[in-house]
Design a protein. Sequence first.
Length: 521
Amino acid sequence: MAIYHARVKTFSRAKGHSSLAAAAYRAGLLILDEITGTRHDYRRRGGVVETRCVVPDDAPEWALTPTELWPAAERAERRKDATVAREFEVALPHELTDEQRSDLAGEITRALVERYRFAAQVSIHSPDAKDGLNWHAHVLATTRRISSDGLAEKTRELDGGPAGRAEIEWVREMVARVTNAHLAAAEVDATVDHRSLDAQAQAALDRGDLGAALALTRQPTKHIGKNASALSRRGMDSDRADVTAGIERENAEQFEALLQQAVAQGRAIPSSEGHGEEQAKRDRQRGRPAAVVDLSQDHGGGQLRGVRGLRLTGVGSYALPPRSEGPDAEVLFGEAMGLWLDDALAGVLDRLRATRQLLEDHASRLATHAGAKGLRPDLRELVKRLKAVRRWAVEWRRRLGVESRALANLGRAERALEEFSEHHPTPGEWSPKEWATRRGRRFAALEQRLNALKRAREAISPEAEADCHDRLESAIIDAEAWSQDLVQRYSVAEDKMAPAFGPIKLLELKTPSSSKAPRLH
């Protein structure tokens, strides 16, 4: 099996991070920080195979140049604790050629850009370990979408919470799917799997493959990180590397002992797919997860010692507890109900008749279709579409609020300059240089406020208003069409005894209502 790895991290000013430094390091470039004058020069670093930028079709030309893109991304963030960049780190199979890895990294990056509409810099790095297996790509993305007008609103759906977790799961699944497609196209007999080890072990158990399940059950190791890796390459000790090495040794020792115990008890019989003791050993030696299962328990269904989620359910049969697939149908109905009751949707409720019917009969639909396999993903999609309706229902008022705040900020900047000029017409107690610096700061603040007001007024132009209206109409149509489909797919007999919007698990929505505009970075 090829190596799978997909991780998302953020860079924040609150932690002293800089998107310029991150971009320069990953691409092996020199990028100058215009604000601080710092030179981020990593032109001498090795291991960078290639770097390119991927942007939406309507993005400006400068977004394709890292030395122009990242200074612009830094300038777009005003807050001292702003998140300035987001990184998607993915493994690239060593079984592919350089050209094939380049194509794979490019397709993964394009999929991310198409979904989130940000600008991204993808850098392919060669392995820094002796085994030559750790080919990987760093996809460094702006935290704002980009269009012909430049960097715009934040990619809030990636900020965290249930929506963020769902997006990360989509990223992990997409990386696995695209990687497997490229492996197949290259005629490489290997695949990757984005699911958790427990989920993969469950799949092996479902097909009766005990050997594979053993090989997929292990105690996870710790991520070593760049600092500990650098120490290891120099022959120096590090706590993280020592911990990981200890876990690996323990996994191997427990695997050997437990597998032999299973063989002695007659439980490690090769499956119909031929995955038995020898295959399990080969998998472990090739880097597949080692087992940590204690099979010495009785057959009464007790928890197995040392295992992460593997449970004995009967003589010769093993099963993992069902993995969490996100909120259940009742909770999702509750989240949809919370969106329905949000004041932001008050003006469009008469357009969402099928949605109302779907939610009014939620109790009957749950009772009738609780076991339906597609109910939860269908409800997740309903919630997603209702969120889109809410977003565009408040977008115009939000933009008006931005314009109002920009006008107020401009007034404060003008007053600050006037007061300074009135009280300090000459350097006085300051040196001429200090006086000029203080005066210049107020002029710079005034210019920034003027630019912010200009952008805010451009966002409420007649064309922008028409665009907001069109997007709201599209979101309403999409949500209503989906609700109509669900009403038919999960049909129920009319239940006159069930009160409209009866008891349900309502989630406390943390997104802003129409009465309060969201905070902008």
